[in-house]
Design a protein around this ligand. Structure first.
Ligand SMILES: CC(C)(COP(=O)(O)OP(=O)(O)OC[C@H]1O[C@@H](n2cnc3c(N)ncnc32)[C@H](O)[C@@H]1OP(=O)(O)O)[C@@H](O)C(=O)NCCC(=O)NCCS
Length: 168
């Protein structure tokens, strides 16, 4: 395990590095474009990087999720770690730091669309999404509840960057 990495807020001047990292980790530019659009639309709640020797090696973006006529929630993604340092605890470091911050801020829920065998390690469950209306159901759509209380149900409204139809 690597122990010499730092997790902190992303800086505006790191946008190109973060774009390159997303493209390397996902093997295409789709996620880098989503990151740019989320920023442009003002949908970012928290954007974190993991660095080693001042080099950006990990990235996690948390965005606002609307819950129709109710208190809102949060979504996670894209999230990635540079291929040469994957499976070294950096993803876990980003998630632990991000979820602790969100919990301290009183954010009730975090949704994610991602690897079904990765996110449950951090408390995400498919069943937590059951009461919510969304077109993106399935084994890869999970959520973790950080505090009890509203919203307990409702129609989810994702940022335009994801291109998810609102009427479905
Ligand atoms: C998925 C990703 C973010 C994980 O980050 P990471 O730094 O490699 O993961 P970590 O080292 O923190 O792993 C934590 C634990 O999850 C496991 N794990 C890592 N990647 C996994 C995966 N894809 N599926 C299942 N388990 C995984 C690790 O073995 C480790 O398990 P342990 O706690 O039992 O030892 C990273 O591999 C990545 O960027 N992948 C390519 C892009 C991607 O798929 N992003 C996520 C989109 S949903």
């Amino acid at each position: 395990m690597i122990d010499k990495f730092t997790v902190r807020d992303a800086r505006a001047e790191e946008a190109a590095d973060i774009g390159g990292l997303n493209t390397r980790a996902f093997g295409c530019e789709d996620e880098a474009r989503i990151v740019e659009r989320l920023r442009k639309d003002g949908d970012v709640l928290m954007e974190l990087v993991a660095t080693m020797d001042d080099q950006v090696v990990g990235h996690a973006l948390f965005y606002s999720v609307g819950v129709f006529q109710r208190l809102g929630a949060c979504g996670l993604g894209p999230m990635c770690v540079d291929p040469w340092v994957q499976r070294e605890g950096i993803g876990a470091g980003l998630l632990d730091y991000g979820l602790a911050n969100l919990k301290a801020w009183g954010v009730p829920l975090v949704f994610v669309l991602g690897h079904a065998d990765y996110y449950p390690k951090f408390g995400f469950k498919v069943s937590t999404t059951d009461p919510f209306d969304t077109p993106i159901k399935g084994p890869n759509f999970m959520a973790v509840r950080l505090r009890q209380g509203p919203p307990m149900a409702g129609k989810l409204i994702f940022p335009a960057a994801f291109g998810i139809p609102r009427s479905a």
